[in-house]
Design a binder for this molecule. Sequence first.
Ligand SMILES: Nc1ncnc2c1ncn2[C@@H]1O[C@H](COP(=O)(O)OP(=O)(O)OP(=O)(O)O)[C@@H](O)[C@H]1O
Length: 310
Amino acid sequence: MSAAEPLITARDLVKRFGDFTAVAGIDVDVHAGEAFGFLGPNGAGKSSTMRMIGCVSAPSGGTLRILGMDPVRDGSAIRARLGVCPQQDSLDPELTVRENLTVYARYFGISRKVARQRADELIEFVQLTERAGDTVEPLSGGMKRRLTIARALVNDPAIVLLDEPTTGLDPQARHLVWERLFQLKQRGVTLVLTTHYMDEAEQLCDRLVVMDGGKIVAEGSPRQLIDRYSTREVVELRFSEATLDSYVGKLESIGERLELLPDRILLYADDGDAAVAAVGNRDLRPSSVLVRRSTLEDVFLHLTGRTLVD
Ligand SMILES: Nc1ncnc2c1ncn2[C@@H]1O[C@H](COP(=O)(O)OP(=O)(O)OP(=O)(O)O)[C@@H](O)[C@H]1O
């Protein structure tokens, strides 16, 4: 494998479950040192893709190369060089924090002494030093997730796969996980993650693909996607009336685009304040007005007509 070759290459990759196609022919390249994301709503096919990359589920079609190897033929050699943080924590609740790492390290043939030393470094990295000797059971969800991340690093992997790394965590716990993942990124670790949180994708991903219905609907850096598929700013308008449809005709010509959601109208315009002034000039009196910058949520809405998190 040459240095410039992507660590992961998928071409027309397909995953079927019986008659159902969960991944419908996707092309992906992940390069060394980048944080690459699969962003999409529940059921988009992100986990199915991750499981193929993790060599625990065989592709139904297309080609997949990981670290220059074939996941079906060379699955165990690839797995030895991957770190996997699954969607559901699979820690041993009866073992201590440290034991969860040292026992896992033994699967990779790492000596007891090295395992112990590496476990302590990783426990410090994920800020669990004070809990190192405690059993896992009573730890908070955020602590368990950080420990799962530490466990994924035990074999010093070339690629770390993270399936929805912060789903189910409270905001503070999410920020702590993001901070640790950001540190990993800065150390040059290649991260591949799935998420349905646009803020997570924006925070962590250098490049991402937006998935919907098993297909890739867009690809780029968060900035590129926002530039390509949205305006600089968005005006969110709420009205006290229950039905918003009657406002659409009056607002349509303001800005570049309008989206009608069940509870609000979004006006897409590079200059949000000018759009708000135009709303005022039409004698419309919204009950609330918010001008904000475009996010990946707006990109997703534009591409699919739906919001990411229902
Ligand atoms: N083992 C399976 N057998 C049958 N259908 C499956 C199986 N695994 C996944 N699917 C289906 O494939 C589709 C994609 O699922 P997948 O888990 O890949 O989506 P996802 O984008 O990761 O969403 P989530 O965030 O819910 O995991 C879903 O409709 C799901 O029900």
